[in-house]
Design a protein around this ligand. Sequence first.
Ligand code: SF4
Length: 590
Amino acid sequence: AALAENRADPTRLLQILIATQARLLWLPAPAITLIAARLGLSRARVEGVAGFYSFLYQSPVGRYRALFADNIIENMQGARALMALLCEKLGVAPGALSRGGAASVDYTSCIGMSDQGPSMLVNGRTLTALTPQRIEAIAALIQAEEPLERWPAEFFAVADNIRRRDMLLASRLAPGEAMRRAIALGPEALLAEVKTSNLRGRGGAGFSTAQKWAFCRAAEPPEGGGRVVVCNADEGEPGTFKDRVLLTHYADHVFEGMTLAAYALGASQGFLYLRGEYLYLRAHLEDVLARRRREGLLGCGILGADGFDFDIDIHLGAGAYVCGEETALIESLEGKRGTPRIRPPFPVTRGYLGQPTAVNNVETLALVTLIAAHGGDAFAKIGTPQSTGTKLLSISGDCAAPGVYEFPFGATIAEVLESCGARDVQAAQLGGAAGVTLAPAEFSRRIAFEDAPTAGALMIFDNSRDMFEVAHNFAHFFAHESCGFCTPCRVGTALLKDSLDKLGAGRGALPDLAEIDRLDRVLQRTSHCGLGQAAANPVLDGLKKFHSAYAMRARRPDFQPAFSLDEALAPARALTGRDDAFAHFAEGEE
Ligand code: SF4
């Protein structure tokens, strides 16, 4: 059935695997063999894809699969203790399968709920605002094998937490309003409006949207192909959740932005790549797409414009952070492992299946709809000359009101912290794990591409927090999410994690700090993509700005081994049945 639903199309391999697993709980070897045979692919190729995505399993998992968000903010809110409580109630160890196969409990990376954590996924469904009482209730429901549909609805409630609105979040546009104006103007004039607006991509890099579209429009599609518009809704940066709110309440803005992009580029095919963690949004998004088709806003001859045919498919991700990188996302859309491509060629000239492809962020596309409706001039009047318009921020951590805030570009970090009720702030992590750690002396910096750029996450840490543990959590995140394609990142992120584990365990020495610094620079300079290049950022910032948090862990000035030789010999002692004083190393002898 999964094959039939996806037209046995090899480019839909990831969707086929997701749908197969939804029926079978995991992907047994015969299912992989069958899929490979029916798609005409090698078994190794299918297995390679299944093995790449952390939400796909090739060995049995629980009929109830609980995945806690391993996010520094949610850990601060007690997520680890809640996970231990659930494991205890279910009698299962983290990462293991309970007797009888009813349950498995494990960690996953941030699931986009750090404004309302601790949170987790159970069989892909999102549960928020977890408390010990709620965990006990969940354990009882799992033990009774109660279907998720019968669990209390409030367990699955996701709050919007919109705290500050500006031009985007306050906008009220009827579906099709911007599109009608654009069609009256024509594609060249629409592109000119986007250029006038000076809109820059909100995914982090800040590339000019008009320039990206102009490159894509100028690129010649291969024979029989066309141009493609992709909305990157794979917001996987820890601490980011503003796209979740846009997709919930402004889906029409986003889809209309994609349609406008298609109109400007002459594209007929569109994809929205939705992160697997937002599975709960899929039905809602499909409903919006279906309504837009009925209203003539998608499909053939959109709004009567001759020859303007465009439609949008939703593709689900499966728990791979690296797929937020646009070339990795395109690989994933093509049904492959999400390995970033070597550039050039850039996607605008050779992207999805070799066709010119414009990949834009959710927020960027929603803003395109405002620009088409109100004009580029109105947009350019807001913000700063180099960073026009507004920026959505996902604010979490030590503040009175975590949630989504929309500020004009140019707002200072201090203004933002004041607005969300943050007090005694020790550090603000701007841009998620891959971003920059700002100390109080930097709070006068402005949120803008020319000063403090961000894709939108702002995590707040007050004076009670240990900044070493913040970087330690991020190091684990990058080691887990490295796609393994290039050696500096594959090995470097693992070494960095191990070094911080060593310091965290109290085995560090001063030379370790120098070694970490050296490793960070290797990662920055030699990694193939942004993930590896950014993986060192939090530790480098931490060493520079919060050095004492690291130095206090490096107790010994000289070399200290990463493990205890005496402890490592325990199995040998057990085997030989000898555990006297001579079977141990004396203090300082190792
Ligand atoms: Fe993969 Fe890391 Fe290399 Fe990027 S830097 S390609 S994530 S291994």
